[in-house]
Design a protein around this ligand. Structure first.
Ligand code: CS2
Length: 486
């Protein structure tokens, strides 16, 4: 059994494995990151790791809002972990040291709030996934009936949700005369800074009107566009990485070489020189976010639902099928690219690069992983694009196939008749819709269209959309995915 990765064993790493280029004991926290999952550890934490040698007061304290597993895996290894970058040429490992601590909110809420309220903390960053915003995905408004929001409004000093934690930390800072921090969303949401601002300001207002005003006036919410494909780590990954580094790492991260971060420059109380690590600082992130959400994530969700139904386990399996690849190419070229306006960006080249990234066979990115939480993802990934196509009087038959794929997937059975394990905050609602529709496809589609949080109120009233959707669901059910995309 090899020794565990930790500060004491760093010296045992084989020479080519890069390790922190700074003395970790001298690093102080400047960022508190909520939602310290695989994506953060493959993305923001790596940018910071590149900067810490010259900027030692921008270390990260991570927090998990739901589960203690990241802390439990990383605490025995001093929060060090391996980043394994994989492509056809092999796996390259480095050890990342930017994470200084990891707090599980349920166990150490007070400690977390204290660090969030400390003057050194100048940025609260977020990868809490779509559902962490406790909002209505169709409107972007705070869902005040969300159980965590109800809890945090009645127990404001024992918050569980991200808005509850952030507002309580803001209150504490304000009370002690400490300047406010910036809240930087790194989630795949349109205008993610504005979405965070809307929700957090509303939550603060609901706590106390003057706190709401303080947030509205003093807190900035820079938007960002983040991009890196990070499949869930498997036991096979752990075994391979332990072989390469000669040490045991309980939770290494596997990712692709590509990495992108576009950040709106809006940090009145200071920020690290992100651009020195390769991030792009811009005045307006929204066009980049829209491009990424519609092109990458919209296509990802479409291929995840259609691919899973047809029996493809991974993204690279899906795109290695010539028919699927041709369908995805057309979906982007004919129905997504025309909705984007990004002067100076070569969108066909972006499309080709995406298809190349999706075909990386060493990533093993599960279609099931991307299919999770569809109710939270569909509005910004596919439905907004469809709305734009409808408004322009343009065809959307490929986009709608992704939505139909989601409905068939969320109905719980794949093409071979096997039950699907659905992971979605609305999974109970799906079950009820499916049970009451029985074999009636029209009733099934109507049942899903009544999910206001997904479809809003206008789209379901569009007769042509409704009919096209029903036809596609029928086609998928009766003929299967490969016939439907042909
Ligand atoms: C994926 C994203 O799981 C998903 O829904 O579409 O996590 C995707 O891999 C990232 O956004 C890539 O930057």
């Amino acid at each position: 059994m090899p020794k565990r990765l930790s500060t004491d064993t760093l010296g045992l790493l084989p020479e080519p494995i890069a390790r922190p280029a700074y003395e970790r004991r001298q690093i102080r926290p400047g960022i508190v990151h909520l939602g310290v999952g695989a994506f953060h550890r493959a993305h923001q934490a790596v940018y910071m790791d590149d900067l810490l040698a010259n900027n030692p007061d921008w270390g990260i304290v991570g927090a998990s809002l739901r589960r203690p597993d990241t802390r439990d895996a990383l605490a025995p290894q001093d929060f060090l972990y391996t980043l394994a970058v994989r492509d056809a040429t092999g796996t390259k490992c480095r050890i990342v040291g930017a994470l200084l601590d990891c707090i599980n909110v349920a166990d150490e809420r007070e400690k977390l709030l204290e660090i969030m309220a400390a003057p050194e903390t100048r940025i609260i960053s977020l990868t809490i996934t779509e559902k962490g915003y406790c909002h209505d995905p169709a409107t972007g408004e705070l869902d005040e009936n969300h159980p965590d929001i109800e809890h945090d409004l009645t127990h404001p000093d024992e918050p569980k949700s991200a808005p509850g934690l952030i507002v309580e930390a803001i209150r504490k800072r304000r009370e002690s005369g400490i300047p406010p921090f910036a809240v930087m969303s790194c989630d795949n949401l349109p205008a993610n800074g504005k979405t965070a601002q809307k929700i957090i300001t509303r939550f603060a207002q609901a706590r106390a009107p003057d706190l709401g005003q303080y947030v509205a006036k003093n807190i900035t919410f820079p938007s960002t566009m983040v991009d890196r494909i990070v499949p869930a780590t498997t036991d096979a990954d752990r075994a391979e990485i332990s072989q390469i580094i000669g040490l045991e790492d309980a939770w290494p991260i596997v990712t692709e070489p590509f990495c992108q971060w576009v950040i709106e420059d809006n940090f009145p109380v200071g920020r690290p020189p992100f651009e020195q690590a390769g991030a792009e600082m811009v005045a307006d992130v929204e066009p980049f976010e829209r491009m990424k959400l519609r092109m990458l994530n919209g296509t990802h969700s479409t291929l995840a639902y259609l691919g899973y139904l047809a029996g493809f386990k991974t993204v690279s399996d899906v795109v290695s099928n010539a028919k699927m690849r041709a369908f995805l190419h057309e979906l982007m070229s004919k129905e997504i690219i025309p909705t984007l306006h990004l002067p100076g960006t070569d969108l066909p080249a972006y499309r080709d690069a995406l298809l190349k990234r999706f075909s990386n066979p060493s990533l093993k990115h599960a279609t099931w992983q991307i299919a999770m939480d569809g109710s939270q993802k569909l509005p910004q990934r596919l439905l907004d694009t469809i709305r734009d196509r409808i408004a322009a009087g343009d065809d959307y038959r490929r986009l709608v196939l992704g939505v139909a794929g989601w409905i068939v997937y969320a109905s719980g059975t794949d093409e071979s008749g096997k039950a699907i394990e659905i992971s979605d905050p609305l999974a109970d609602r799906f079950e009820r819709i499916v049970a009451s529709a029985g074999d009636d496809i029209s009733a099934l589609v109507d049942g899903f269209l009544q999910l206001k949080a997904v479809f809003g109120t206008q789209l379901p009233k569009d007769d042509n959309f409704r009919k096209t959707l029903e036809n596609k669901v029928r086609l998928l059910r009766e003929k299967g995915v490969l016939a439907a995309i042909g």
